[in-house]
Design a protein around this ligand. Structure first.
Ligand code: ATP
Ligand code: MG
Length: 268
C-alpha cells in the first residue's frame, strides 16, 4: 500500500507538489492526470523513492520511503520512465533484463532472465538501442516485469507508440493488474485512462484537485476545466446532449443510448 501524508516537495524555493494526501490500495489501477508541469512525474518519483518529500511522508506498506533501502524499493516497485532511454543502460537485451534482477538479489536471476526473453520474444544478444522506440519501451517494461514487483508505476507508458504497440503494452499491464499487481499510470491519453484506470487523481499546480472513480471524474467538467484536461470525446458528447440521452462514455454505450432514445421517440 502507498500512502501520501501531507507530502510537499520543493525544488529550490518552488513547490512542485503541495500537501498531497491519498492512499493507493493493493491491486488498484490508478491514473494520474493533469496539464504539463502539474506534478505527475514528481508524484510518481515520490512513490518509488527516487525523490524524498521536503515535508510530510510517503509510506510503502507503512514504512517511510526515507527508511527503505534501494534494493527493497527495487523489489517492491517497478518504475517505467517517461523516456525509456533513461532506463536502458546495457549493451544487450539479456544484460538489460539481468541487471534489474541483480539489483534485487534474486537467486533465480539467470533462469528468470531467460524466461522473460522467451515470454517477450526477444533475441537476448541484440543491442537495445538498435531497436525501435516501441521495442525499447517493451524492453524497459520487460526488465521491470522480470522483477515481479508488487507495484508498477508507469510515467506516460504509451508516448511515442503506434496504436498496435500501445494496445499490446496496455494489454500486458492490464493482465498484470488482473493478477494482483498495483498499477499507477501517468497518462495524457484520456481514452486510455477511461478504458483502463478504475480510479483517477487530477493534479493542478502540484495540488490534488480531485480523486475519484474514473467515470465520475470525467463528468466533473468544472474541475477538469480548471486542470486543463479535456474528457474523452464520447463523454463530452454525452455531457453536451445532457438529459436527452442516457449517459455514455464508450462508443458501444453511445450506440446503445442512441438506440434507446430512438425507441422512446426522442428527437435526434
Ligand atoms: N529537477 C527539477 N528542478 C526544478 N524544477 C523542477 C524539476 N523537475 C520538475 N520541476 C518543476 O516541478 C513542477 C512539476 O513537474 P513534473 O515534471 O512533476 O510535472 P508533470 O506533470 O510530470 O509534467 P509533464 O506532463 O510535462 O511531464 C513543474 O513546475 C516543473 O517545472
Ligand atoms: Mg512528467
Amino acid at each position: 500500500m502507498i500512502q501520501f501524508e501531507n507530502v510537499t516537495l520543493t525544488y529550490g524555493g518552488a513547490a512542485a507538489v503541495r500537501d498531497l494526501n491519498f492512499t493507493v490500495a493493493p491491486g488498484e489501477f490508478v491514473a494520474v492526470i493533469g496539464a504539463n508541469g502539474a506534478g505527475k512525474t514528481t508524484v510518481s518519483k515520490l512513490m518509488n523513492g527516487l525523490l524524498k518529500p521536503t515535508s510530510g511522508r510517503v509510506l510503502l506498506d507503512g514504512v517511510p520511503t526515507t527508511a527503505l533501502r534501494t534494493s527493497v524499493l527495487a523489489r517492491k516497485i517497478g518504475f517505467l520512465f517517461q523516456n525509456p532511454d533513461r532506463q536502458l543502460c546495457k549493451p544487450t537485451i539479456r544484460e538489460e533484463i539481468a541487471f534489474g534482477l541483480a539489483l534485487t538479489g534474486r537467486k533465480d536471476a539467470a533462469a528468470r532472465t531467460e524466461a522473460v526473453l522467451r515470454e517477450f520474444g526477444f533475441d537476448g544478444s541484440r543491442d537495445p538501442f538498435s531497436a525501435s522506440r516501441g521495442e525499447r519501451q517493451r524492453i524497459a517494461l520487460a526488465s521491470l516485469i522480470a522483477v515481479e514487483p508488487e507495484v508498477l508505476i508507469l510515467d506516460e507508458p504509451t508516448t511515442g507508440l503506434d496504436y498496435r504497440e500501445c494496445m499490446a503494452m496496455m494489454a500486458r499491464v492490464q493482465s498484470l493488474n488482473a493478477a494482483g499487481t498495483t498499477v499507477v499510470m501517468v497518462c495524457h491519453d484520456m481514452e486510455l485512462v477511461l478504458d483502463f484506470a478504475r480510479r483517477t487523481l487530477v493534479l493542478k499546480d502540484g495540488t490534488l484537485l480531485l480523486d475519484g472513480e474514473t467515470r465520475s471524474v470525467f463528468r466533473n467538467t468544472d474541475v477538469l476545466r480548471r486542470a486543463s484536461v479535456l474528457p474523452p470525446q464520447i463523454t463530452r458528447l454525452s455531457l453536451r446532449l445532457g438529459d436527452r440521452l442516457q449517459p455514455a462514455d464508450t462508443v458501444e454505450e453511445m450506440e446503445a443510448a442512441i438506440r434507446a432514445a430512438r425507441q422512446k421517440g426522442v428527437p435526434a
